[in-house]
Design a protein. Structure first.
Length: 397
């Protein structure tokens, strides 16, 4: 399907302003060389094992399965990774690459703060300077993550314009990169943006799927019937899906944020709106108004609150290899609470969207069918949000 480099079917590409053409091209060359470099892979594997804590567990959750009416549910525990989510797989990979390229200063953007925290950790570990752009609205919502980044030596730069959230932080990070690319490396947090980022990030996150496939064989002796992951930009999902994509019997399901309503602006379900356009260098499905202006989005989980989706998912949607569904804020909260009560695991609000879809799916399953869910992160970062949820009072009672 990949006719042109950097394209996935019709999607992807490098739709960037001319000032960024030189650094993007240099990065494309570097990635082509390092992608299959044995010494690079070895240093990354070592960091993932000794520092990040890989392999992460695969956990059978029988009480949760029983509660939702499924025979068997397995969770891939990216919540157990150092810094609390799958983001560190990518941040370590890109920061090691930056070091190989001789760049001392790392620029990153962050929404919920998880990618910022992972990048700050990787930079501290590798002796690099770290600057993180973050919308002022997100800074307010995610104060503990701001402090985490600062403790690890990162400079957090507030972004005030637009909606003051992730999209605006990416714009600002790209502006910094275009002014300082000689000494700086831009560490992008999901499988989106211009080529080579989607390929690079998916490759760094493929460790989730590769590891999981071996673990699943040990536990089940076959692949699961359903493989479910939440989709913000799409990195944890593509990282898991990649290992199962060639098994036509494995059904791949991506879960987007249904927010609090179906109108434009009330959700971040790009595939439900199903309109295409360019955002941050990449042709894909985007939420936009009738004039092609990027639409505001809404989700209880900051990590899923982004108007575009990575190009690999756009292709999987267009060619029907994967299915994409939406789960709303309330369903996510209920699923988070259910997993916590039945299994003693507090999931991130993003991951709770995937758990909630398993609940929707379970009644239609055959008795012997199994579900694998990527638990992309832990819920500690969401406690400030959870404390202010009126819906949670209902859920907890
Ligand atoms: C950032 C984040 C996501 C969404 O990002 P993807 O690139 O779609 O994986 C999902 N879960 C958690 C816990 C996150 O921190």
């Amino acid at each position: 399907m990949h006719h042109k480099p950097g394209f996935y079917g019709d999607f992807g590409g490098t739709y960037m302003p001319e000032v960024l053409f030189a650094p993007i091209q240099a990065l494309q060359q570097a990635w082509t060389q390092l992608k299959y470099d044995a010494a690079f892979k070895q240093s990354l594997d070592k960091a993932l094992k000794d520092y990040a804590g890989r392999p992460t567990a695969l956990t059978d959750v029988p009480q949760f399965a029983k509660a939702i009416g499924a025979s068997r549910v397995l969770l891939k525990r990216e919540d157990l990774l150092h810094t609390g989510a799958h983001k560190l797989n990518n941040a370590l990979g890109q920061c090691l690459l930056a070091k190989r390229l001789g760049k001392q200063r790392i620029i990153a953007e962050t929404g919920a703060g998880q990618h910022g925290v992972a990048t700050a950790a990787a930079c501290a570990r590798l002796g690099l300077t770290c600057v993180v752009y973050m919308g002022s609205e997100d800074i307010r919502r995610q104060a503990p993550n701001v402090l985490r980044m600062q403790l690890m030596g990162a400079t957090v730069m507030p972004v005030d314009h637009g909606a003051a959230t992730l999209k605006d932080a990416i714009n600002e990070a790209l502006r910094d990169w275009s002014a300082h690319f000689e000494e700086s490396y831009y560490c992008l947090g999901s499988a989106l943006g211009p080529h080579p980022y989607p390929d690079m990030v998916a490759s760094f996150q493929s460790v989730i799927g590769t590891e999981c496939q071996t673990q699943v064989q040990t536990l089940l002796g076959k692949n699961p019937d359903y493989i479910i992951a939440c989709v913000g930009g799409g990195s944890n999902a593509i990282g898991l899906f990649s290992a199962f994509i060639n098994d036509p019997k494995a059904k791949l399901i991506g879960v987007e944020a249904g927010g609090h309503g179906k109108r434009l602006g009330e959700h971040a379900a790009r595939f439900q709106a199903s309109t295409k356009g360019v955002l941050h260098g990449c042709y894909t499905y985007v939420l936009q108004d009738a004039h092609g202006q990027i639409a505001p989005t809404s989700s209880i989980s900051a990590g899923l609150d982004y108007p575009a989706v990575g190009p690999q998912h756009a292709e999987l949607y267009a060619n029907h290899r994967a299915t994409y569904v939406a789960i709303d804020d309330k369903q996510a909260l209920e699923a988070l609470s259910l997993l916590a009560k039945t299994e003693g695991i507090i999931a991130a609000l993003e991951s709770a969207h995937a758990l909630a879809y398993a609940r929707v799916l379970a009644p239609s399953l055959m008795p012997d069918q199994t579900i694998l869910i990527n638990l992309s992160g832990r819920g500690d970062k969401d406690l400030p949000t959870l404390m202010t949820q009126p819906a949670l009072t209902e859920v907890l009672s």
